[in-house]
Design a protein around this ligand. Structure first.
Ligand code: FAD
Ligand code: UDP
Length: 389
């Protein structure tokens, strides 16, 4: 006889996987985990390029970083992490600068030798016209780094990435990037960072394998169109839904806006294309926002000059594009209009007894991996209280 599932999870991305693992291993629930794609891991999925053996991130580069002790402890149950530290450079007007904006960027840009205090005074002067409480990305950017640096490194990159006036974008987007008055150019400020030693898929497989037979995985299974899933919906099965919230409600209040990406992959017959993992392009030309060179994410695998892939590298040029219904939704644009639409969907979601919405698409949130896991762990804690009382 077929095993009866207690809970349906829609989406085998990090939110769905974390919920499945917790429900199975802590509460002994039988979980049916579905995904419309052919693989687990959602947007964090990576695969090893068949020509070169280099691990390539299929939906854009993913670097793990967190300062959340609970999340760090949780992820280390399923994978070890390398000691990779992320560095990004940017090209502006034919010159390469270090990111995030730090004393190196400032001194190179102004052809100066400012001390940290001198640089702070200079930037404060250039930021003097910005409002004390910035209400959008443009104001926030100028208040953090002053107008000349904003115009050089943020304005046009943001225009390419979001194709939305910076005055309509949330100030939170730019607050993701640190600004430092020293020469530290680590991209992230977090306590922990690294990449899964054996790749992302191995990490996610370990999560599922830890559940034994408690989690049944069905790939290429769409929540909206699969007849067996329709039958479970009709029976009112408890569901954790990590797809887009507006699609769940058939876009009745309109579409939430997303940015999508065009990722152009190329295998090149050179050992090292750009000398760093990620090169951003700050000007309106070229049209791509950045180039990822995956080899640099795993120096521990690729440093050996005799390695199979020496003499070859894989790069991906990333172009941002406006999302349409059949594209992958990547970044929530999150304008005031989007937030008003989201509030309407959320008020319907609040009335659902059997469906819980979570993750990047279900919550319409620009979550990094650690925030997605933290959100799933707190969603699990709430559900546990509900299921055990
Ligand atoms: P997803 O990974 O999107 O998973 C949702 C899953 O639901 C998908 O697999 C989808 O196929 C499935 N699904 C949707 N609808 C249905 C349906 N109807 N039926 C069945 N299945 C369905 N975070 C970092 O920490 N570091 C980074 O460097 C980083 N880089 C990023 C780069 C890009 C370009 C993007 C877009 C995000 C990046 N992130 C990064 C964020 C990270 O991708 C997310 O935090 C994480 O993937 C969210 O997991 P999720 O499970 O919520 O969503
Ligand atoms: N950004 C920019 N120039 C850069 C890098 C980032 O203007 O060289 C801005 C841009 O608006 C971007 C945001 O900062 O969307 C966040 O950058 P991050 O690198 O965190 O973006 P992600 O990796 O999530 O695409």
């Amino acid at each position: 006889m077929e095993k009866k599932s207690d809970i349906l999870i829609v989406g085998a991305g990090l939110f769905g996987l974390t919920m499945a693992e917790r429900l199975a291993n802590e509460l002994g629930k039988n979980v049916l985990l579905i995904d419309k794609r052919r693989h687990i891991g959602g947007n964090c999925y990576s695969e090893f390029d068949p020509d070169t053996g280099i691990e390539c991130h299929k939906y854009g580069a993913h670097l793990f970083h967190t300062s959340d002790e609970k999340v760090w402890e949780y992820v280390n149950r399923f994978t070890e992490f390398t000691n990779y530290v992320h560095y990004v450079y940017t090209t502006h007007d034919g010159v390469v600068y270090p990111l995030p904006i730090n004393l190196g960027t400032i001194n190179q840009f102004f052809r100066a030798a400012y001390t940290p205090d001198e640089a702070k005074v200079k930037i404060a002067e250039q930021a003097a016209d910005a409002p004390a409480e910035p209400s959008n990305l443009a104001e926030q950017g100028v208040s953090l780094i002053g107008e000349p640096l904003f115009n050089a490194f943020i304005k046009n990159y943001t225009a390419k990435q979001w194709q939305t006036p910076a005055e309509e974008l949330s100030p939170e987007i730019i607050k993701r990037l640190p600004v430092r008055y020293n020469y530290d150019n680590r991209y992230f400020n977090n306590t922990y960072e690294g990449l899964p030693v054996n790749g992302y898929e191995a990490w996610f497989r370990n999560m599922l394998e830890s559940c034994g037979e408690k989690v049944e995985l069905r790939l290429e299974t769409n929540y909206f169109t699969d007849p067996a899933i329709q039958a479970l919906r009709d029976q009112g099965i408890t569901t954790i839904y990590t797809g887009p919230i507006d699609q769940f409600y058939d876009y009745q209040f309109g579409e939430l806006k997303w940015r999508s990406l065009e990722l152009e992959k190329e295998v090149l017959d050179v050992d090292d294309f750009q000398g760093c993992p990620v090169m951003n392009y700050a000007d309106l030309e070229p049209k791509y926002t950045r180039i990822h060179e995956f080899k640099h994410f795993h120096p521990e695998r690729h440093q050996d000059a005799y390695a199979e892939n020496s003499g070859k590298t894989v790069i991906v040029r990333e172009y941002s594009k406006t999302w349409q219904r059949n594209d992958e939704p990547y970044y929530p644009v999150n304008t005031t209009e989007d937030r008003a639409i989201l509030a309407k969907y959320q008020s319907l979601a609040d009335q659902e007894d059997q469906v819980i919405f979570g993750g990047r698409l279900g919550e319409y949130a620009y979550y990094d991996m650690d925030k997605t896991i933290a959100s799933a762990l707190s969603c699990f804690a709430e559900l546990k209280t509900r299921l055990t009382n």
